[in-house]
Ligand binder design. Structure first.
Ligand code: 8YV
Length: 307
């Protein structure tokens, strides 16, 4: 913000609440650049209403909030912030995995409700993490960072990735088929980008393939899972639990999800550390400034428009 204030004519939506679509359009009209977040749907209508935009700089690595084809058709570069949030997101993946396996949410609620009567030999027994099999669906930067953490926890790691990966890059994990990642795992962690191909990648049929002791961890985008089907799979104990940082219709949850004991819920905190969000902001500004100075932005998702 300080950089933008110093180096540009900068308008900032200063309120705690998200900007409405009308406010985004009104604020971006006649401007060269828009920095947006997951809350802002940037589509053809918005781009046309804000004619003159030279760049859309997303504050985040995932850019499913932006119609990139519409931006490309208008020759507008779209940029994102990859890399800097890899470790923070892998960390929260592990936080959720450990929390749900070891029933920390249930323990917390027990203590806070002043219902804890003291140690018991069979109280809140959870699942072992060490020695368990972790499946990683989507083995890009974040998936691989999760695998490195899993190795340190003594887990066996298998993965499924859309395209084949160079084995020397991924020494700690074995590639298996999509059905096998589901069948063999004690923990399934999702790290694919969200798009039409990954919509409801985990649905009723996939939960049916999973072991009853399996846990699902999601730190990518909510709609990669059919949340209603997940609730049913959890209610019927078809799977053991879930650790979720993202939801299909944030901030709303599928009916029944919040009532389940065997889930740990976080409000989209994957990249929420001071250091990570600062780096994301700086990269968003680097990208934006580069385009405005007619230079190549470091992280463009539609580089074909750069010529
Ligand atoms: C952001 C994220 O907090 O980078 C992403 O894809 O989901 C998070 O890091 C969010 O996108 C803010 O726009």
């Amino acid at each position: 913000m300080e950089r933008l204030e110093r180096e540009s004519d900068f308008l900032w939506h200063r309120e705690e609440r998200a900007a409405t679509r009308a406010e985004v359009i009104a604020g971006a009209q006649g401007r060269d650049a828009l920095i947006c977040t997951i809350l802002d749907r940037v589509d053809a209508e918005l781009l046309d209403a804000c004619g003159g935009l030279k760049v859309v700089a997303n504050f985040g690595v995932g850019f499913n909030n932006i119609d990139v084809a519409a931006a490309t058709a208008r020759k507008i570069p779209v940029t994102n912030t990859p890399g800097v949030l890899t470790d923070a997101t892998a960390d929260i993946t592990f936080a959720l995995l450990l929390a749900v396996a070891r029933r920390l949410g249930e323990g917390e609620r027990l203590i806070r409700a002043q219902k804890w009567g003291g140690w018991e030999p069979l109280q809140l027994l959870g699942a072992d993490v060490s020695g368990a099999t972790l499946s990683i669906i989507g083995f890009g930067r974040i998936g691989q960072a999760v695998a490195r953490r899993a190795e340190a926890f003594g887990m066996r790691v298998i993965y499924w990735n859309r395209s084949a990966l160079d084995k020397s890059v991924v020494p700690v994990a074995t590639a298996v088929s999509f059905e096998d990642v589901l069948r063999q795992s004690d923990f399934v962690s999702l790290h694919v980008a969200y798009n039409s191909e990954t919509h409801h990648l985990l649905d009723e049929r996939q939960f049916a393939l999973m072991k009853p002791n399996a846990f699902v961890i999601n730190t990518t985008r909510g709609p990669v899972i059919n949340e209603a089907a997940l609730v049913r799979a959890l209610q019927t104990k078809q799977i053991a639990g879930a650790g979720l940082d993202v939801f299909e219709r944030e901030p709303q949850l599928a009916p029944g999800l919040a009532e389940l004991e065997n889930v740990v819920l976080a409000p989209h905190l994957g990249s929420a550390t001071i250091g990570t969000r600062t780096k994301m902001g700086m990269i968003a500004v680097d990208n934006l400034m580069a385009v405005c100075a007619a230079l190549r932005p470091p992280n463009c998702v539609n580089p074909e428009v750069l010529g």
